[in-house]
Design a protein around this ligand. Structure first.
Ligand SMILES: [Zn+2]
Length: 375
């Protein structure tokens, strides 16, 4: 999603990006103008595109402000012609304390976007009706560059209506998923919401083919692929949340002693597949060191002791901690190994290399299990 968008600025400290599909919008405007057999007017067409952009921005700002109030930190927002996508800072997400709180947060964030648009449409309509008698708010076509006030009202209503479709990942679909998640786990809730979304997308695609308005088909295709992308991300996240370190940690691993010389250490490293080693004195963890660091130190300073070059600042985790928390520790501090301890005793290690590997295996085995359940 990110790669098809361009940076346009910052708003409330959040990066704002414009999705390249916004370039299709002027074409759409020209096409509708052409259909009404009136000469296109460049400045007015551009103003109409600007109105749509403003409506989408207002919608996303609504989501963002509520999200921030409930403890989610928005990092970037990508504006698309029919809505937007807010990217949150994964490393700073606060988990709600209860399922009830999670449901409330999800629903209030999702509904605020469409509500902002409905409020704007109502305000705009009230202002127009009281000042301008020639706007004909109820006349077709609702979006028309020759009638910008009417377009302002209807662009807001269209965006609100479209986003309220119960087609995940649209706002309406998010509410539906949150509703399912009250009784089943989050991955299963997502799968159910995604199948409903796929059905709606199919209906739009087919309806688009049989009507004069082929844009419905395009919208259907977009919803279909967005739903699939989100499903994958959620399943990845649920693996991260539900797997405990004890299920994936390496229990058969080599350790070094601080009294080892670097040449001894390299000798041991050669006979192991590990890239990173815990350094242990007696039964105490005293540091970590990587194969890379051993090589560098040998090259730069000649032979010495592990004690002098090992990294004494490291994070430890407990057996029952989730993969998600280990991932956060590894990535936020740029570590490559986390020792797993129990009663201050080293019971295993988790390395980035081994996490990547086990993630792939876990995802695969869950898929197999799911296929078995379904058949
Ligand atoms: Zn929305």
């Amino acid at each position: 999603m990110r790669s098809f968008s361009i940076h346009v600025g910052r708003l409330f400290g959040v990066e704002v990006r414009l999705h390249l599909t916004f370039l299709i919008l002027p074409l759409f405007v020209f096409w509708t103008e052409y259909n009404t057999k009136h000469p296109a007017n460049g400045a007015r067409d551009l103003a109409l595109v600007g109105i749509v952009l403003a409506c989408v921005a207002a919608h996303e700002i609504g989501h963002m402000l509520v999200a921030r109030r409930t403890g989610l930190i928005p990092k970037a927002v990508i504006l698309l012609p029919l809505g937007g996508v807010t990217v949150f800072d994964e490393s700073r997400i606060e988990k709600p304390d209860s399922a009830e709180a999670a449901w409330k947060r999800e629903v209030s964030i999702a509904l605020t976007g469409p509500l902002v648009n409905i409020a704007f449409a109502m305000i705009a309509a009230a202002v127009i009706l009281s000042t301008n008698r020639g706007a004909h708010l109820g006349e077709w076509p609702f979006l028309l560059s020759r009638n910008l006030p009417r377009s302002l009202v209807w662009a807001n209503l269209y965006i609100a209506g479209f986003n309220l479709l119960p087609a995940y990942p649209l706002d309406g679909g998010r509410v539906l998923r949150a509703f399912f998640a009250r009784s089943i786990d989050s991955a299963a809730a997502t799968r159910r919401a995604v199948s409903i979304s796929h059905a709606i997308a199919m209906i739009l695609m087919v309806a688009g083919l049989f009507s004069i308005n082929h844009w419905l088909t395009v919208v259907g295709v977009i919803i279909f692929s967005a739903a699939q992308l989100e499903e994958r991300a959620v399943i990845f996240q649920s693996v991260l949340d539900n797997v405990r370190l004890e299920e994936v940690m390496l229990t058969d691993f080599a350790t070094l002693s601080p009294a080892d010389t670097l040449e001894d250490a390299l000798e041991k490293a050669v006979h192991s597949l590990q890239d990173d080693f815990p350094v242990v004195r007696g039964s105490d963890m005293v540091g970590v060191i990587s194969r890379q660091r051993i090589l560098e130190a040998l090259r730069m300073e000649g032979n010495g002791y592990v004690q002098a070059v090992m990294n004494k600042l490291f994070e430890v985790s407990a057996r029952k901690e989730s993969l998600a928390s280990a991932f956060r520790k590894l990535t936020s501090r740029n570590l490559s190994i986390i020792p797993v301890v129990e009663d201050q005793r080293l019971v295993g290690i988790v390395t980035l290399q081994n996490l990547m590997h086990s993630m792939a295996l876990l995802a695969e085995s869950r898929k197999l299990r799911r296929d078995e359940e379904n058949s």
